[in-house]
Write a protein that binds this ligand. Structure first.
Ligand SMILES: [Zn+2]
Length: 132
């Protein structure tokens, strides 16, 4: 018996069976082209995340305030004490915030209008930060 199975469009190395098909449409009917992806469970979750993260109503750190608030306060403390802009790598040293969490914390503070970037470099750990 010949059987046709759907394979995940996003799995490259080890194709998995697709568990669902997602369709992207732009709201103007089929004119703009409707795209369909067959996705495995993992990649379906990725798509779900993409749609959620742009909603703008729920910051990613909101569910763990006990972790993020002290980190934010540590950054604000250091920036208030120091004279002039501080590089990200200095912040890691002074605040003891884990490197992986620094970007999220900084972005949250920028969103809250408490700090901003300063200086020529806007990428990597040479970005400098000041209080707004
Ligand atoms: Zn996949």
């Amino acid at each position: 018996m010949k059987q046709t199975v759907l394979i995940c469009d996003w799995c490259q190395a080890n194709p998995k069976f697709a568990v669902t098909s997602v369709t992207l449409s732009s709201g103007s009917g089929t004119k703009g082209g409707v795209r369909t992806l067959d996705l495995c469970g993992t990649h379906k979750q990725e798509i779900d995340r993409l749609f959620r993260s742009r909603s703008g109503t729920k910051p990613i750190h909101s569910h763990r305030p006990e972790i993020w608030e002290p980190r934010k306060n540590a950054i604000l403390d250091v920036l208030a004490k120091e004279d002039g802009p501080i590089k990200s790598k200095e912040l890691i040293k002074l605040t003891k915030i884990p490197q992986h969490a620094l970007g999220t914390t900084l972005r949250a503070l920028v969103k809250e209008n408490k700090i901003r970037m300063e200086g020529p470099s806007t990428r990597g750990y040479n970005v400098r930060w000041v209080l707004v």
